[in-house]
Design a protein around this ligand. Structure first.
Ligand code: ACO
Length: 144
C-alpha cells in the first residue's frame, strides 16, 4: 500500500467508498473542486493500483486545515491504512506551517472518534443536528 496524491480518475472508486463508508452521494465536481482548492490535502491509499481509502481536506481562510472526508473501504480497515494516511496528512500540514486541524464527526461514530483521539484530536464543540438525517456532530480539533 502506498499513499499518493489524488488523481481525477480516482473519482469513481472514491465516490463508491463515500457511498458505502460515509453514506453520502456527491457530484464529481465536488471532488474536482476539493482537488483544485488544495492538491496536497487530498490523499489516496493505493493498494496495487486500487484506491482503498482517502483523506480530503481544505484550507480555511485563516490558514487552518479542515478534513472534509476520511474513509477506508470496510474490508481493509484495522490494517493501519487510516493511520498511514493521517500521518502523511499531518506531515503535509506541518510542512505548510498549519497550526490547527479540525473536522466534524457523527456522535455515534465511536470507531472514528477513538481513532481521532489517538491522533491527538479533542472534542471541541457539540454540533446539534449537524447531519442531514438529524444526527448531532462533534467538532474535533488537533493543534500542531
Ligand atoms: N491489526 C489489528 N488492529 C490494527 C492493525 C492491525 N494490523 N493496525 C491498526 N489496527 C487498529 C488500530 O490500533 C486502530 O485501533 P483503535 O481504533 O482502537 O485506535 C484501528 O485498527 C484503526 O486504525 P487504522 O487501521 O490505522 O485505521 P483504518 O484504516 O481502520 O481507518 C477510519 C480508520 C478511516 C476511521 C475507518 O474506520 C473508516 O473508514 N471508518 C468509516 C468511515 C468513517 O467513519 N470516517 C470518518 C468520518 S468523519 C470525517 O470524514 C471527517
Amino acid at each position: 500500500m502506498r499513499i499518493r496524491p489524488f488523481m481525477p480518475n480516482d473519482i469513481p472508486a472514491i465516490a463508491s467508498i463515500v457511498r458505502d463508508a460515509l453514506r453520502e452521494n456527491y457530484p464529481t465536481s465536488l471532488y474536482l473542486d476539493i482537488h483544485r482548492w488544495w492538491r496536497d490535502g487530498f490523499l489516496v491509499a493505493d493498494l496495487d493500483g486500487h484506491p482503498v481509502g482517502f483523506l480530503a481536506a481544505v484550507l480555511s481562510a485563516d490558514g487552518q486545515a479542515r478534513v472534509l472526508m476520511f474513509a477506508v473501504t470496510a474490508g481493509f480497515r484495522r490494517r493501519g491504512f487510516g493511520s498511514q494516511m493521517m500521518n502523511a496528512f499531518i506531515q503535509v500540514c506541518a510542512m505548510r506551517g498549519i497550526r490547527r486541524i479540525e473536522l466534524e464527526v457523527r456522535i455515534s461514530n465511536d470507531e472514528a472518534i477513538r481513532f481521532y483521539k489517538r491522533y491527538g484530536f479533542e472534542i471541541a464543540q457539540n454540533l446539534p443536528k449537524f447531519y442531514t438525517d438529524g444526527e448531532d456532530g462533534y467538532k474535533m480539533i488537533r493543534h500542531l
